[in-house]
Design a protein around this ligand. Structure first.
Ligand SMILES: [Mn+2]
Length: 260
């Protein structure tokens, strides 16, 4: 530690609590033998993600693993924009690689993965996603879904064809309209906002949200530690039958965190 560190650190910083705590777990569920979900928990740089592979067990597991490996290589960011740019560039490279690998497997083969990435940088967060893995935020006690699924049923809901409460058990519920590796024209949707003290973020695969609706998830998201929240959500999903792989990551901003 040099003199510069000492001078630049705001007074009292050493006594301030860690700016956030996080925990994540993935489970194959009660029906499937292979876990095609992957997660990454990088509190060191403020990066968390869930990926849900599609294309059949082996291909799906490889696709989500490649997504997470690419995010594991992201360097410590110099700015919020550089952070998001690097994430997007690395995921675009995975997109292109998956298209090449799938076409080598044969015509019509698909090897793809959803992704939802949460980034923290100096009091702000960004969420970038493709597919139906989700980010939720509990702010001031209110649960809100930050992401909007790229899925056929979401389109049906928005077109007024089906009611939101019909979406979860719709027969086309597994059909996503965007993913890493699904099309050459790669795109992520992005939401950015300030982090408020006490914000609780929940990053998850559809294995959670197909088993539990928002009204069932909300009461679990109380003040307990992130690891305990994750365990409770996993336990509730398994108790419900866990027909899909399930992945849950929780990230809580400290109640005293400054939005510097
Ligand atoms: Mn899934």
């Amino acid at each position: 530690m040099g003199l510069e560190d000492t001078i630049r650190r705001p007074s009292g910083a050493a006594r301030r609590a860690a700016p956030y705590e996080s925990a994540g777990r993935s489970h194959p569920g009660k029906v499937r033998t292979v876990n095609e979900d992957s997660l990454i928990d990088r509190p060191d740089i403020g990066l968390w993600a869930v990926a849900d592979g599609v294309g059949g067990a082996t291909a799906g597991a490889r696709a989500s693993a490649l997504v997470v490996d690419a995010l594991a290589a992201v360097s410590s960011p110099a700015s919020a924009q550089a952070f998001l740019d690097e994430v997007r560039d690395r995921l675009r490279a995975v997109n292109d690689q998956l298209i090449v690998e799938a076409s080598a497997m044969g015509a019509g083969k698909l090897m793809a993965s959803t992704v939802v990435v949460l980034l923290f940088f100096e009091g702000f967060f960004a969420c970038a996603w493709a597919g139906d893995s989700r980010l939720y935020l509990v702010r001031h006690g209110v649960l809100q879904q930050v992401t909007r699924d790229h899925s056929e049923v979401q389109e049906l809901v928005e077109a007024g064809v089906i009611a939101p409460e019909q979406a979860r058990e719709h027969p086309r519920g597994n059909v996503i309209t965007r993913a890493v590796g699904a099309q050459e024209d790669f795109a992520l949707d992005v939401v950015q906002d300030r982090i408020c003290p006490g914000d609780l973020f929940l990053v998850c695969s559809d294995g959670l949200t197909k088993m539990l609706d928002d009204a069932e998830i909300a009461p679990v998201l109380d003040d307990r530690p992130a690891a305990s929240l994750v365990d409770a959500l996993l336990k509730a999903t398994l108790a419900r039958g866990a027909i899909d792989n399930v992945t849950v990551l929780a990230v809580r901003a400290a109640t005293g965190a400054s939005a510097s």
